[in-house]
Design a protein around this ligand. Structure first.
Ligand code: OSB
Ligand code: MG
Length: 369
């Protein structure tokens, strides 16, 4: 396939509620939407790099720079015959997985459209609907948190993840567990702890949590393995796993018992699938993480989460949990059994609403051959 047109848009979408984590609070979600055209088809991608280097070192500004100055020119050169070509083209560049993944998503969309099959099918997925939960940010106090969690349970979510940070951990978990004894509950520290101050992480071991996500630094596989040895509860790694090699090494040293697979974080759907395959072989359950994506990124997350190893509920919530109006249709809705349907139309299977996209665009640039 010859790609002859690439458009980048920096967009900003207002969240229905501010989202607070150990690295800060977001009121709006920034990201880059990519459009690729080739052979009369249009593919869409979403680069989840946000406003500040809180979750990842990448931001919309660094991604814009790396995409426009290096990645996009490499894609516009010659033909792309298969998705693997992208890895070869970008192989000489280091890092910037979120930028890479945005471009790769649009290519996967194009290849699935060419084959006239849903992206899920092209990836090898066959679950029609995937189990999902909701990720709840840090709230004003434990009372408010109980209230917010209760509202999501009423909406039908049967798994809840709460964000924690030092000083806002045991108290919150105790409160939520006390109010909802049977809830599937898990926590995410976004790497806010050091091995030296894990007494509060160890104190979480008696609350029947599904898992404890990324307690320590992203570059700290070794201390995660020391911490996992002290816990009954499974550690799940998010930020620490950037490749299938990291995943293999983490499993070899028992640094975790679960992996959160986010295609963005690992540089795209191909690497995400490779990590899935490794974990399926190793009997390690995985789930699909989220980054407050628009309907474009959410469609892609649902597609990868349809693979058989995604047995734990993903952070893929209904559209109305994030945005009043999305840039893609139809909206994703929660089924009564806490699942969301995988799109069945060819490619990503959503329609991008161009008026709506224009309204949220801050900056736009087009590249043609
Ligand atoms: O650590 O999983 C995370 C959002 C942005 C960046 C990192 C994370 C998150 C979430 C939200 O937890 C998941 C979602 O999209 O619902
Ligand atoms: Mg996380």
């Amino acid at each position: 396939m010859k790609i002859d047109f690439i458009e980048l848009r920096h967009i900003r979408m207002r969240l229905v509620a501010p989202f607070e984590t150990s690295f800060g609070v977001e009121h709006d979600r920034d990201c880059i939407i990519l459009t690729l055209r080739g052979e009369g088809l249009t593919g869409w991608g979403e680069c989840a790099a946000g406003m500040s280097p809180g979750y990842s070192y990448e931001t919309t500004a660094t991604a814009w720079h790396v995409l426009t100055d290096f990645f996009v020119p490499a894609i516009l050169e010659g033909e792309i015959t298969e998705i693997e070509d992208l890895r070869d083209r970008l192989g000489k560049f280091k890092g910037h997985p979120l930028a890479r993944a945005g471009l790769e998503m649009a290519l996967w969309d194009l290849f699935a459209q060419t084959a006239e099959i849903p992206l899920a099918t092209l990836l090898g997925g066959d679950q029609k609907a995937v189990p999902v939960g909701v990720s709840v940010g840090i709230q004003k106090d434990a009372e408010v948190l109980i209230d917010v969690v209760g509202r999501f349970i009423d909406e039908g979510y049967d798994r809840v993840k709460i964000k924690i940070k030092p000083g806002r951990d045991v108290g919150e978990v105790q409160a939520v567990r006390g109010a909802y004894p049977d809830l599937k509950l898990q926590v995410d520290a976004n790497s806010a702890y050091m091995f030296e101050d894990t007494a509060s992480i160890e104190a979480l071991d008696d609350f029947d949590l599904l898992l404890i996500e990324q307690p320590l630094g992203e570059d700290d596989l070794f201390d995660h393995s020391r911490l996992q040895a002290r816990l009954k509860t499974a550690i799940c790694l998010d930020e620490s796993i950037l490749s299938v090699r990291h995943a293999r090494q983490a499993l070899e040293i028992n640094a975790c018992r679960v992996i959160n697979i986010k295609p963005g974080r690992v540089g795209g759907l191909s690497e995400a699938k490779a990590i899935h395959d490794l974990c399926l072989d190793s009997n390690i359950p995985v789930w699909c993480g989220g980054m407050l994506e628009t309907g474009i990124g959410r469609a892609s997350n649902l597609a990868i989460a349809s693979l058989p190893g995604f047995t734990l509920p993903g952070d893929i919530s209904a559209t109305d949990r994030y945005y009043k109006e999305d840039i893609a249709a139809p909206s994703f809705v929660l089924n009564p059994d806490s699942t969301i349907d995988v799109p069945t139309k060819p490619g990503l299977g959503v329609e991008v609403l161009s008026d709506r996209l224009d309204q949220v665009t801050l900056r736009r640039e087009v590249f043609k051959v």
